[in-house]
Design a protein around this ligand. Structure first.
Ligand code: SAM
Length: 479
């Protein structure tokens, strides 16, 4: 039976509830009165100085997704833009993935690291090699990483992951530093999550891949990841272990997207109900071509139109959750999704083990093809020319503004009072240390314009002071 507060996967991601929601959505998809009411109720509203938004339940979001009326969709897209602006403003946080090891004991049908792939070279970075990768990433200007690893208790035990995190945080090359390490590794025990928490990780990210249990089991025919309940209940264990920020995701293309949206939102509702906090981030990857993987072999691929609809609906459903789009996607689709609610993007990613310290992009151990292959400087420049503020900020996490503290700030719109100036500070660091001449010129103009429009005089003074100190060589200021 469906119970969002249950700790059992089959109850909080309940198959019957998803099917009923989709059936109800299909039956009501022409009920424009109901649909318009749902859209109206999801709009941001003010209580005093605070901005709030109710979000959408999995049922309401499923209904909107079923609707095919173009006028309705224009309203949905506009609402997604409005919500993004209200809670996140025009900052875009930038990160890069760092692949530690592609040894894996799983058999994920969609992933080239699957155990039966005997021809892909297997690599695991030594701590020295990690150091080289991190220096290469710092030399681009990165401050925030997401570490990735296959699941292999012998080759990649938790101790290896912990050592790697320690190494990454310890490297201070020129003015560089990695200030937040997010972790995307397989589902593990409460005990191991506690160790990750102690190691100072940012977000623990684990993609569900698919919420459909039967499909999940077929897509993961063997290995530890085969266990649907263990995988689905992982975020509960991570939160129990004290990790405040968890990141969800579906690999779109594996199963029917309507089922996945309902499942994903039920997962968010479950976390909110049990722990009082929703997911810190949601990622929306689509299957890509990779070594022995052909995305066309999967029947449920989604086109760009559906992809935009899903992104907008997630934005509206969980207004306080960061939305991530990776370099799996092209420059064009990334631009369109940034408008509709994406708040974080990866830049200059290499999805191979040891890829950053090589001059040419290596493809031999790539996890998937990278569509957007631009340099970090190009991505930063592009974001600014589109009117966004690229941000390398990691302040919330370092100031302990995680979990419900972050959500509360976000809910009250306060986040913009520290996040936007922090974005400006970290952008300034990037301009000083890593930018090309054109990026620097564009960035300086952006900062000047930002300061001119800043109403809070006290904030403006402090920010100006910090910017001057950055000019003089000091680093790492934050609000
Ligand atoms: N091994 C860990 C796990 O099982 O969760 C780490 C995850 S893996 C390094 C990162 C993510 O890449 C996976 O969760 C999956 O969704 C995604 N992925 C795997 N193969 C992919 C492909 N062919 N195209 C796009 N994304 C893929």
């Amino acid at each position: 039976m469906y119970n969002k507060s249950s700790k059992t996967a089959s109850e909080f991601i309940n198959h019957e509830e998803i099917l009923e929601s989709l059936k109800w959505a299909e039956e009501n998809k022409n009920n424009l009165e109901l649909i318009n009411k749902i859209i109206d109720e999801a709009k941001p509203y003010k209580i005093g100085n605070e901005t709030h938004a109710k979000g959408l339940s999995h049922r309401s979001a499923s209904l909107l997704l079923a609707c095919v009326d173009e006028t309705v969709w224009n309203k949905i897209f506009n609402l997604a833009r409005e919500i993004k602006q209200a809670f996140y403003g025009n900052r875009i946080v930038i990160f890069a993935p760092l692949y530690l090891s592609n040894y894996c004991t799983n058999c994920c049908i969609y992933c080239p690291y699957h155990m039966q792939n005997k021809h892909i070279p297997r690599k695991k970075l030594s701590q020295d090699e990690i150091k080289k990768e991190v220096i290469a990433l710092q030399d681009m200007g990165h401050k925030r990483l997401a570490i990735e690893s296959g699941e292999d208790p012998k080759n990649n035990p938790i101790e290896y992951i912990l050592d790697s995190i320690k190494t990454i945080y310890s490297i201070k090359h020129k003015n560089g530093a990695i200030r937040r390490v997010n972790v995307n590794i397989a589902a593990t025990t409460v005990e191991n999550y506690k160790k990750l928490k102690e190691a100072g990780i940012g977000t623990y990210i684990l993609f569900q891949e698919t919420y459909h249990k039967e499909a999940y089991e077929k897509l993961h025919p063997s290995g530890p990841k085969h266990n649907y309940a263990y995988h689905t209940e992982a975020m509960d264990r991570a939160l129990e272990a004290g990790i405040d920020d968890v990141g969800l995701g579906v690999l779109f293309g594996l199963e029917r997207y309507k089922y996945e949206l309902a499942g994903l939102l039920m997962h968010a509702e479950h976390l909110e109900s049990v722990f009082g906090i929703g997911p810190h981030t949601i990622s929306v990857p689509r299957i890509k071509k990779a070594d022995d993987i052909d995305p066309n072999a999967f029947d449920n691929g989604i086109d760009d139109t559906i992809f935009k609809k899903l992104t907008a609906l997630i934005r509206i459903s969980v207004p306080y959750t960061g939305l991530i789009i990776s370099t799996r996607e092209s420059e064009q689709i990334r631009r369109e999704l940034l408008e509709l609610g994406v708040t974080q993007i990866s830049g200059a990613s290499r999805t191979s083990v040891g890829g950053y310290s090589q001059t040419e992009r290596p493809t031999d151990t790539e996890q998937f093809d990278v569509s957007d292959q631009r340099s970090l400087d190009e991505v930063v420049n592009w974001l600014m020319k589109l009117g966004f503020i690229p941000s390398f900020c990691t302040a919330c996490y370092r100031e302990g503004r995680t979990g419900d503290r972050f959500m509360k700030l976000c809910k009250t719109g306060q986040i913009q009072n520290c996040c936007a100036p922090n974005a400006i500070i970290t952008l300034k660091e990037f301009l000083e240390d890593y930018a090309s001449a054109d990026t620097k010129k564009t960035g300086e103009a952006l900062i000047k314009n930002y300061l001119e429009n800043l109403k809070n005089e006290a904030l403006k003074e402090t920010l100006k002071n910090n910017l001057t100190k950055i000019d003089q060589g000091e680093r790492d200021f934050r609000f």
